[in-house]
Design a protein around this ligand. Structure first.
Ligand code: GTP
Ligand code: MG
Length: 196
């Protein structure tokens, strides 16, 4: 998850080396939660989930409300029953869920918050991080578009991001492929970490 235009969809494309997700220079491109089932090498099957961005104001409050609805439904499903993408009925007691359940060991989720590495510390990102901290799932931070930073900025912004989001931050570029291996490693280990 992350602000509109931060590069969420581009990063998914870069990770899977295919253009599966639609991207755009204009913010507000992704409007729905999109699930991509992936398997890397002989690793476990998993879903990469691309969410709409937050912080995009055109069209009034509607996109922001939609984001909140999706995010809440997604991340708080464990407490509230089936969420987005669920098939089946609660009444039968056997919803066939596409949504990983953080309480189920085989279906753990982890959330990556994507931050534009050029702009650490934007209020909406800090708000998103604070909100994530209240959710029952492990989380990590990725700094995007690192190709746009100078060497000096990289060092400075990394320090800044790590102090703001208290923990290691992976810097990556969908454009140059920098940081993608490190990001795959984070994705592999994230779900098994316990949420703080
Ligand atoms: P929404 O779906 O609107 O929330 O946006 P998003 O976060 O999915 O962003 P998207 O992937 O559509 O990318 C937004 C813009 O940033 C596009 O013009 C991309 O080409 C550009 N972009 C994404 N990642 C990178 C990157 O690593 N480096 C550079 N230089 N540009 C990038
Ligand atoms: Mg998108």
């Amino acid at each position: 998850m992350g602000r509109s235009n931060v590069g969420k969809s581009s990063l998914i494309n870069a990770l899977v080396r295919q253009k599966v997700a639609r991207t755009s220079a204009a913010p507000g491109k992704t409007r729905l939660a999109n699930f991509y089932r992936v398997r890397r090498g002989s690793g476990p099957e998993m879903y990469l989930v691309d969410l709409p961005g937050y912080g995009y104001a055109r069209g009034g409050d509607a996109p922001a409300r939609e984001f909140n609805r999706l995010a809440e439904a997604y991340f708080t499903r464990a407490d509230r029953g089936p969420g987005i993408g669920d098939r089946g009925s609660e009444r039968t007691g056997s919803p066939r869920s596409l949504i990983p359940d953080p309480r189920s060991p085989e279906k753990r989720i982890g959330v990556l918050l994507l931050i534009d590495a050029r702009h650490p510390g934007l209020e909406s990102d800090l708000d998103a991080w604070a909100w994530l901290a209240s959710q029952p799932c492990p989380r990590g931070v990725v700094g995007t578009k690192v190709d746009k930073l100078t060497r000096a900025e990289r060092a400075r912004h990394t320090r800044e991001l790590e102090s703001l989001f208290d923990g290691p931050v992976v810097l990556a570029s969908a454009q140059t492929g920098e940081g993608l291996d490190e990001l795959w490693k984070l994705i592999a280990t994230l779900p098994s970490q316990t949420a703080a």
